[in-house]
Design a protein around this ligand. Structure first.
Ligand code: GDP
Length: 336
């Protein structure tokens, strides 16, 4: 089995699409994903590993150990809340005698991070006729490329896809989607630059329904003159999609650029107040982001991370795997 078929299996699992049984078990797939993640997450890991290496050095656990760990987790962008909760959890384990030495904190930490996030693989079930996925986020976060990559992955799995180019403020976004639609055999619903985004979203859902498509992916604008305008526009697009199909959107995914750190979280709250979010796509984890940001997103927004972007290539957008991620960021061996 190749990495490609592992990828295929992971995407099928995300979308709840049945594939013929494959030979590799989940543990083997996870190891493959882990080594790839580890390669791509060198920078975030390097940002935290010197501090962690000091904490995990063999020796007795003291009060200072826990303080240092909390500080390291906050410095890694996990957010105060998650850092405190993680340390409390590990401390409780130490009190029960499950963690005795400092070098045992390492594996405890990756397990605690996994538990705190989503130990179960995330899902974006495809099944409604069609399943409508709205993708929102600020400009430059990676929305348009994420829509393109999702279209490609879905088509690979035999799904008929319609893409709605509702970011009508950026001609470049429409052109980019046209290229992805071409690559993946998806149908693109577009109007000219400056057209009403709600009208494009409505047309996309109507067209997907009329054609019997499986999935409608809708890209949205990320910048208007004011934040207020942007949120109003999003509310409108969300409501219009619901008029075209009362159950839609089935998913509303927020795309967050990991390098924006805690500012990204404030942004996320604004989006969440405007439209009900069902998941987050964290992009640019390969850049100068600190690795803890995905933990903070999950904890502070209460929304699962469903996909992560660790580069610009097609295969760099992947269904999120909390265990592989926790190990890639918080494992004690700095290999990068
Ligand atoms: P949008 O304005 O939100 O639609 O953003 P785009 O999809 O146009 O993406 C902005 C830029 O970010 C593009 O150059 C993408 O290739 C790049 N990008 C998206 N995701 C990632 C990622 O995970 N890692 C890196 N390094 N670049 C990314």
């Amino acid at each position: 089995m190749s990495e490609d078929s592992d990828d295929r299996a992971r995407w099928a699992e995300l979308f709840d699409i049945a594939l013929p049984p494959i030979e590799r078990d989940q543990a083997t797939r996870r190891r493959g994903l882990f080594s790839r993640l580890k390669d791509n997450l060198t920078k975030p890991r390097q940002a935290i590993s010197p501090q962690l290496a000091g904490i995990f050095a063999p020796g007795l656990i003291t009060r200072e150990t826990w303080d240092d760990l909390e500080e390291a987790l906050i410095a890694a962008d996990c957010g105060m809340d998650a850092a405190v909760a993680l340390v409390e959890e590990l401390r409780a384990e130490a009190q029960l005698g499950r963690i005795v030495n400092r070098d045992e904190i390492a594996s405890g930490l990756t397990k605690a991070v996994t538990r705190q996030m989503t130990p179960e693989p995330p899902r974006i079930p495809i099944g409604a006729d069609p399943t409508v996925i709205l993708v929102v986020g600020v400009n430059g976060s990676g929305k348009t490329t994420s829509v393109g990559k999702l279209a490609y992955r879905l088509s690979e799995l035999g799904q008929q896809v319609v893409i709605g180019a509702a970011d009508t403020f950026r001609a470049a976004a429409i052109d980019q989607l046209a290229i992805w639609a071409d690559r993946s055999g998806a149908q693109l619903v577009r109007q000219g630059p400056g057209a009403d985004p709600g009208a494009v979203a409505f047309d996309a859902v109507a067209s997907g329904t009329a054609r019997g498509a499986d999935v409608v992916l809708i890209d949205t604008a990320g910048r208007l003159q004011t934040q207020h305008n942007l949120m109003e526009e999003l509310r409108k697009v969300h409501a219009v999609v619901g008029k075209a199909n009362p159950d839609a959107p089935h998913e509303t995914l927020l795309v967050l650029d990991a390098t924006t750190g805690q500012n990204g979280l404030s942004q996320a709250r604004l989006f969440g107040a405007a439209v009900p979010l069902t998941g987050v796509i964290v992009t640019k984890l390969d850049g100068s982001a600190k690795g803890g940001i995905a933990v903070a997103i999950n904890r502070e927004l209460g929304i699962p991370v469903k996909l992560v972007g660790v580069g610009e290539k097609l295969e760099d957008l992947q269904p999120f795997d909390a265990a592989a991620y926790a190990e890639a960021i918080f494992s004690p061996t700095p290999t990068g």
